[in-house]
Design a protein around this ligand. Structure first.
Ligand SMILES: Nc1ncnc2c1ncn2[C@@H]1O[C@H](COP(=O)(O)OP(=O)(O)OP(=O)(O)O)[C@@H](O)[C@H]1O
Ligand SMILES: [Mg+2]
Length: 451
């Protein structure tokens, strides 16, 4: 169990010793400060026992300062003087929880502390609820979703952001890998920039000069010296998007850079040290690429210091309603309109598999909002969802067919439907149907399905 913590701020050594020992015996974690300025060295505490008269300050006048330092704490003022109404009122007015006069009985102290802790616990619980509501409304750094896997991902992001580990984010297209990378950078508190490098979009021959920079005259066209993206991101983060598409030749150069964090601009003899956190993302299976010798194994192990796997939307359908609400609000704000959704339309949205994940859901809602008069109905949804609902009940095969042939007819229709839903991706259609890639390929050939 989490121990509650108490800070005793008192210049009198005997008080610190006796009260400290008593509170430790009650299993509280106790911290001490002799002067007001010493509280800066202490992290967070639940209760502060604050002497009214300190060598460097008046305790009662310092209540606000102490509360600012320990946001969720409660303060109990301790004074050597007979309780005079005026200072008691002032202490309470300044935000103290209560007021104790020396010498006090231990039972009196522990009773007040317990009451104050009830209030602290309530405040903490409120904070937790507020965080939860915040996640429902505006998400975790823009990531909407309360599914348990997503919540554990938010916790992972918070933890790993504080470290310097290389993070590899895996997930199908449109699952939010870039949002996740952004959240890691924001929470890391790094002062440098967040720089995205799309390894699939930069032509091979430019990637090296983009990453490492070049000196004037290094090649024809290098009219000015240019810093590379790694140098631009110094003291910040580099997001290597679609890392699975990085050409092998460049992979070795990247690995060399990661090993010593030194860059040499093209055409330059000087090595420069930089400090960057590497976040990479892929929608490919890097392990498989390693097996096929398309991705360097040593680089793979460098990049996957910490792996975050984002679930496909079809595995967290319970989040669809809040995602829908979020996107419709956003689209509404952009168009100065209010959008609502008929329950039949929500039902159709819930039964779709989203091979393009959250990006696809967002596009579907944009399309539907545009086609609607403000109330989105089934007929406003795009064709992929329409065909899915009409295909749900498959046409009955002709009666004169044998059982085997009837089953085959059904099977063909189901495969055609899955391919349509997967936008003709065999891999995704196989996933939707829960069969292997080989078997869908075989069946497509068998039934002569045209893609
Ligand atoms: N959890 C989420 N909550 C709200 N919006 C999201 C969420 N995840 C993704 N999005 C939105 O979906 C779109 C795609 O997200 P993002 O670009 O981060 O995905 P990705 O995994 O990088 O996709 P790709 O592999 O295609 O590059 C963006 O518009 C993003 O804002
Ligand atoms: Mg992306």
């Amino acid at each position: 169990m989490n121990k509650n913590s108490i800070l005793i701020v008192d210049d009198e050594e005997s008080i610190r010793e006796v009260v400290g020992e008593y509170l430790s015996s009650l299993n509280y974690k106790v911290f001490f400060a002799e002067k007001l300025k010493d509280i800066k060295k202490i992290n967070n505490v639940d209760i502060v026992l604050l002497d009214a008269k300190l060598p460097d300050a008046n305790g009662i006048d310092s209540i606000k300062e102490v509360k600012d330092r320990f946001k969720q704490s409660e303060i109990i003022i301790i004074t050597a003087f007979e309780k005079d109404a005026k200072s008691a009122v002032k202490a309470l007015k300044n935000g103290a929880f209560d007021y104790l006069v020396k010498p006090f009985k231990f039972e009196e102290l522990s009773a007040i502390i317990e009451k104050a802790l009830d209030k602290v616990d309530l405040k903490k619980e409120n904070e937790r609820l507020k965080d939860k509501i915040e996640i429902i409304n505006s998400g975790f750094h823009g990531m909407i979703g309360l599914n348990s896997e997503m919540r554990s991902i938010y916790a992972k992001i918070e933890k790993v952001a504080q470290t310097n580990l290389s993070v590899l984010i895996e997930g199908e297209s449109g699952t939010g890998k870039e949002l996740c990378a952004n959240a890691i950078h924001t929470l890391s508190g790094k002062k440098g920039k967040f720089i995205t490098i799309n390894c699939a979009a930069i032509p091979n021959h430019l990637l090296e000069s983009e990453l490492f920079g070049y000196e004037k005259g290094a090649f024809s066209g290098a009219v000015n010296t240019k810093k590379g993206l790694f140098e631009e991101a110094d003291k910040g983060s580099v997001f290597l998007d679609e890392i699975g598409d990085m050409p092998l030749e460049l992979q070795s150069k990247l690995l060399r850079f990661l090993e010593n964090m030194e860059i040499k601009r093209l055409g330059d003899n000087v090595s420069r040290k930089v400090e960057v956190r590497i976040i990479s993302a892929t929608n490919k299976n890097l392990e498989q690429l390693v097996e096929k010798n398309l991705f360097r194994e040593d680089l793979y192990y460098r990049l996957n210091g910490f792996v975050i796997k984002l679930p496909a939307l079809r595995f967290r359908k319970e989040d669809i309603p809040i995602l829908v609400k979020h996107f419709l609000n956003k689209i509404g704000k952009e168009n100065n309109k209010r959008y609502t959704l008929k329950s039949e339309a929500l039902k159709a949205l819930l039964s779709y598999d989203y091979p393009g994940n959250i990006r696809e859901l967002k596009n579907i809602l944009q399309h539907s909002a545009l086609m609607s008069d403000g109330t989105i109905a089934c007929e406003n949804l795009p064709d992929v969802l329409q065909s899915q609902s009409s295909h749900k009940r498959y046409a009955k095969p002709a009666n004169n067919l044998s059982l085997g042939k009837k089953v085959e007819e059904y099977e063909k229709e189901i495969i055609v439907d899955a391919l349509k839903r997967a936008h003709n991706s065999k891999t995704k259609a196989a996933e939707i149907l829960g069969i292997t890639f080989r078997s869908i390929r075989y069946k497509i050939a068998k039934y002569k399905i045209e893609i």
